[in-house]
Each structure stands twice: as C-alpha cells, then as structure tokens.
Design a protein around this ligand. Sequence first.
Ligand code: FAD
Ligand code: NAI
Length: 515
Amino acid sequence: APAKKPRRFRYFTYLWRLTYLSAIGGTAYLAYGVWDLRHPEEQFEPDPSKKNLVILGTGWGAVSLIKKLDTENYNVIVISPRNYFLFTPLLPSCTTGTVEHRSIMEPIRSITRHKQAAVKYYEAEATKIDPERKVIMMDDNSDVKGTANKTEVPYDMLVVSVGAENATFGIPGVKEHSCFLKEIGDAQQIRKKIMDCVETATFKGQSPEEVERLLHMVVVGGGPTGVEFAGELQDFFDQDIKKWIPEISDKFKVTLIEALPNVLPMFSKQLIDYTESTFKEEKITIMTKTAVKKVTDKTVEAEATGPDGKKTVEVMPYGLLVWATGNAVRPVVKDLMSQIPAQKDSRRGLAVNEYLVVQGTKDIWATGDCAVAGYAPTAQVASQEGAFLARLFNTMAKSEAIESQIHELSSTLNLKPGNPGEIATAIEAHEKQLRRIKDIKPFHYTHQGSMAYIGSERAVADVSWLNGNFATGGGLTYLFWRSAYLSMCFSTRNRVLVVVDWLKSKAFGRDVSRE
Ligand code: FAD
Ligand code: NAI
C-alpha cells in the first residue's frame, strides 16, 4: 500500500485545493458580473394603463428602490439632474486621487436598462411638486438644452428622494469661498485646489506668511465627512506631495474645526479618543468647541470657548477651506413642505409616517436625507428605506392584481349559479392570499454600524454584530473598512475599478498633476 502522506502535507493539499477552488469561483463570479453588465436582457414596455410612478433622484434611496422594484407593475419615471449613482462613502478618497471619480459612479442608464420592464429617465431638476394637480415641474439645467427644456410630468404615485444640500447656516462668505464635499464636482475642485495651493506656495519670491497661508488647509465640521477628508488629505501630503516637493515639508498644515466638544459625535467615546490621538500623531490640529462665524477669501474667523467658558475670536489665514457641516433642506422640498399644513413644524425635511408616506399627503412617499423618519441621514438608512418602498410597491401591485381577480371571480359566481362551490373556494383562497400580502409591516431600520477612515491606514468602526456592539480602531479595521466598502460598491465594474485605483495609488503614488 502506498505510504500515507504526512498530516502536515495533507493540510497543505487541502488548503491549496480550497485556494484553487475559491480562485476559480471568484473568477467565474467576476466574469459573470462583467458579462451581465454588458448583456442586459431584452426589455419590454410596461402597460401604459398602469400607474405612473415618478421617482425624484438617483442617489442611495432612489437607486435602492429602482433596483428592487418590479418595474412591470408601473410606468416608472426617474427624474434627476445627475445621470449616475454616486457611491458617496468613497468620495473623500477622490479628493486626493486615491480613487478616481469615475470608479464610484454608476450610470443610471445601465441601472434602468437592467430592469425587466423599461424605465424612463429624464435628466432634469424637479423645481416644483404640485400635490393638488399631481404633477412635477422639471427643468433641464444641463449645459446643452433643446427647445424643450421645461415641462410637467403627471404622477399617480411619487417618491421624493432628492437628498439634501450643504448646510451653511447663513454664515457670511461660506458659499462664496469654501469647497463642499457632496458631489463629484466638489471632489474634483478640491483635488485641483490642493495642488494649486502647493504650486502657488512654491512660486518664486512668495513671502513666508503667504506660503504659510497657502499651505494651511482648513476643514470645518468634525462629522465623518470632515474627519475622513482631513485623514485623506494628510495621507496625500505624507505619502506623496512631501516626496516630490520636500521644501514645503514643515509648512503644510491641516486644521479641523468643530463646534462641539469632540469630533465624530455618533461614535463611542473610545473611538473618539482613538481618532483624536491618531490625528495628533498625524499632526492634524483639532480645534474643538470652536465655531466658525465668518469666512473671507483668505481667512476664517472662529469663536473658541475655553475651559472657563470664556470666548475668544481667532482669525486664521487659509489656502484651502473645505466646509462639511452637514445637511440642509433642498428648495424643492422646502416648497412642498410649505404647501402641506401637516409639515409646518418639520424643520429638517419631509416628516414621514412608518410607511414613509409624507405626512399630510396622499400618494407621496419620501426616503433618505430629505425625509425625517427618526434616523440619521446616512446611506444605510436611505438604501433600507428605498428597498422597503420597493417591497411595499411590489406588494401593492400584487394585491391590486388579486383584488381584480376576486372581483372577476365574484362576478362569475353571480353569472354561474350552477358551479358555486369551486368558485367560492377560489375566492376564499385569493382572499387568504390577499390578507397575507396586505399585512405589510411598517419600515424598520436595522443599524449595521458606523465606520470612518481616519488616515494613515487606520479606520474606526462601531459595528452591530450578533445583537451586540463592538468598537474597534486601527490597521485591521482599515482592512475591514476597505473590504466592507468594496462589497457595498454598486457593480462589479465599480469594484474592479476601485481595487485597481487602490493598487495604482499604492504602487505609483497619487498623481500630483493639477488638472
Ligand atoms: P443622495 O444620495 O444625495 O441623492 C439625491 C439625488 O437626488 C441625487 O441623484 C441628486 O442629483 C438628486 N436631486 C437633487 N435635487 C433634485 C431635484 N430638484 N430633482 C430631482 N432630483 C434631484 N453614509 C453612510 O451610511 N456611510 C458612509 O460611509 C457615508 N459616507 C459619506 C461620505 C460623504 C462625503 C458624504 C457627503 C455622505 C456620506 N454618507 C455616508 C451619507 C450618504 O451619502 C447620504 O446619507 C445618502 O447619499 C442619502 O441618500 P439620498 O438618496 O437621500 O440622497
Ligand atoms: P455632520 O452633521 O455629521 O457633522 C457636521 C459637524 O459640523 C457637526 O459636528 C457640527 O457640530 C459641526 N459644525 C456645524 N457648524 C459649525 C461651525 N460653524 N463651525 C464648526 N463646526 C460646525 O455632517 P457630515 O459629516 O457632513 O455628515 C452628514 C451625514 O452623512 C451624517 O449623517 C453622517 O453620519 C453621514 N456620513 C457618514 C459617513 C460614514 O459613515 N463614514 C461619512 C460621511 C457622512
């Protein structure tokens, strides 16, 4: 008999086989993803007599709804000025070129084309919602306009998922002089401005004060957007800019200003401390209990509250100013709220009930950052709300179909008195099915945790797991952060592009050319 292989060797063989099989499985999955993306099935036009379901927006809430909706049940019309879905969690990485912007965009045309029944898309901004007449007014605000660029779209059912705009609290100078971080254009503007400040600082004869100003990067708002951006920016400087332009090494400075006593208020105390100590190591200055009151083209004026409660005003010259102080209500939403008496006390957006119906309206639902459902304005909440609405609308369509079947059977029952037993049983079965379908539970949010990148290949995560929570920070959390975000990317294409970007920036460094 052949000699038995040593146990160690057998384990190695098993491991090798497992790796081999996973590689084959992974490649097949990837290949299918790519093939599927390029070969959508034939689409059919939905029955024009079905209800018009209008969806405003192409963000987290809207796209999650579109993805799970059985589009054959409605005439679905999507209206949004942005003809792509944006994977916002990786937007801070675009400001420094760790990830390229097109890698986190997914065309809405590709998303709608993959639905069984066709979906109409209009690249336009909804300017007014008229709940009385049940119409949406929309404008084509793009650079290229045809003779038709302003019109109305009627709806039977409407989902408002337009997100939010940047909060400025009316602070003078913010709109004129700072960069925001919400859209692709913002990230591109920041990326360009960072390098512009660096190159201008090295201009022949630049005074030391001007160099100091130009290389002072100020971030206002210590929420996750501000923290992640500050971390990415310091990485860009430490890992790339410093290598190519060493003469500015000791002059580049990142300052994060936060009005509250600490940054990342939604994270646990342990992770807040970890973030603050990591920022200290990275040489990012954190100014807490400091509220910006005024902005000019070159300075930020902030009021700091000392430990004794005394207030002092500091004026800081800056080169780049990034404003990340949270969300404000969009004008189209404000206008809708002003038309509905039940919305008069709502401040942060459209107050919705547990089925996400806009309070005080009929046939209007809202999801995401423009809805006030008692949850934080996050992608997690928006996408769960979108998925909930898809289930609700699929169910509504199903129950309507069953109701009409019952109606048909009942009329047969009256017409054919000779065969009542069979029909009555069928009606009963349908009614039972209808009761089961109609028993839709209200929206329930499941919090899976919060994560944020804090620079120097470290991340913090408050994760809900097995009915418990655990808080973790560091290098391993960073790998978890990367893999979690990679798995959440919209498509195989996005995933592949993001991985390639990460490898590219690791191997060759980030590109310091100013576009
Ligand atoms: P959005 O995704 O903002 O989409 C709104 C859509 O409406 C857009 O398509 C817009 O073009 C369209 N629109 C705007 N105005 C109109 C109009 N008048 N008519 C028609 N359409 C209109 N959340 C997390 O949970 N995890 C994260 O890691 C995370 N990271 C983030 C990083 C950054 C930099 C930012 C800015 C946010 C981050 N968020 C994160 C929050 C998350 O992005 C939002 O909560 C989420 O985008 C909300 O989804 P939404 O569908 O309500 O709005
Ligand atoms: P935010 O609302 O979370 O934080 C804004 C911060 O700015 C607040 O802490 C506020 O105190 C501060 N601020 C306001 N005015 C100020 C002033 N004048 N001077 C100084 N500080 C001021 O906003 P953010 O970070 O844009 O996030 C918006 C939403 O998106 C949040 O719900 C957040 O959870 C979510 N998000 C989640 C991310 C993640 O999970 N990794 C990443 C980015 C955003």
